[in-house]
Write a protein that binds this ligand. Structure first.
Ligand code: SF4
Length: 297
């Protein structure tokens, strides 16, 4: 296949050879791989974008609590805070990104429809970051779509080089992957070079290596949803660094290798089993008790 890639090096070589951004390489590879036309691949991504948008739209309005009462209504609270953004340390873009990310997580917790991009647990970072920044830059739907294709290339490299499964790699594989994807997508949205996109992805992912997956009661609610919110801040920060010319000392392929290495040596207690970390705090154990799960000390 002409546009096949597995690593950052492959993508950069293809970008250079065809004088195309990462998003175009990703789109062409997906068309080749799936045996579909470019318009069909684009339409599929449009559907993805629209479902994401619906989750955000419904989530920011909702004050509904999840069944266990752990989450719900926080996106709405941030929406209220946005109206008096002068009281916040973050600016309109970052606070709105967090609101959108939480909205997606809350929809997920309340059985709404979301896109697992890259996973359900980490589904808020990409739409939170890209939608909010697209509004800021008045980027338009097409540019947003291109950013999503760029993010998807980064997700594919992580999936092939390490994992997107929390059961294998902890939260670095969910929220960490989402941060890398969002950082790269945002950097392309800002007309960053392919190299800058990968520097942003590296800088973002490095800060999430080794992160435990320790959800209370095994539910994708706490700490997951707020981790997505903070993930947007990381993605925006990583993109700012890359756009300013800051480089990651470690190339993205090596960061992904480190992620895989950490996944191998990470305790199973920190890999989606709810047997360690926050899941076994007194509060975590209260939730387990309510759910009739065995208490772990
Ligand atoms: S803590 Fe676990 S379940 Fe929650 S977002 Fe992270 S990886 Fe997913």
């Amino acid at each position: 296949m002409k546009y096949e890639f597995h690593t950052t090096q492959d993508v950069l070589r293809l970008c250079k050879k065809h004088n195309l951004p990462i998003s175009e390489i990703a789109k062409k590879y997906e068309a080749e791989r799936a045996g579909k036309s470019i318009p069909a691949v684009r339409n599929k991504m449009k559907q993805t974008r629209d479902v994401m948008y619906e989750a955000v739209r419904a989530g920011v309005k909702s004050t509904h609590k999840s069944k266990m009462g752990m989450v719900g209504g926080d996106a709405y609270l941030l929406g209220v805070a946005l109206k008096k953004v002068g009281t916040m340390m973050g600016n309109k873009v970052t606070v709105r990104a967090m609101a959108y990310a939480i909205a997606v997580g809350e929809q997920n917790a309340n059985m709404g429809r979301i896109v697992a991009f890259p996973t359900a647990g980490g589904a808020g970072v990409v739409p939170g970051t890209l939608f909010s920044c697209a509004e800021h830059f008045k980027a338009g739907k097409r540019k947003l779509l291109r950013s999503m294709f760029c993010s998807s290339a980064v997700g594919l490299i992580i999936a092939e080089g390490a994992t997107l499964s929390a059961a294998k790699g902890g939260c670095q594989a969910e929220v960490g992957a989402g941060v890398a994807m969002a950082a790269a997508g945002l950097t392309e949205m800002r007309s960053g070079t392919p190299e800058q996109c990968f520097h942003a992805a590296s800088i973002g992912l490095k800060s999430y290596l080794g992160l435990a997956c320790d959800p209370l009661g095994g539910l994708v609610e706490v700490p997951c949803i707020k981790r997505n919110a903070l993930g947007c801040m990381s993605a925006i920060g990583a993109s700012d660094l890359a756009i300013a010319g800051v480089k990651s000392y470690i190339p993205f392929d090596e960061v992904v290798w480190a992620m895989k290495n950490i996944a191998k040596i990470m305790s199973p207690k920190l890999r989606e089993t709810a047997l360690g970390g926050l899941a076994v705090t007194p509060t975590g154990n209260k939730i387990k008790k309510k759910l009739g799960m065995r208490i772990t000390k």
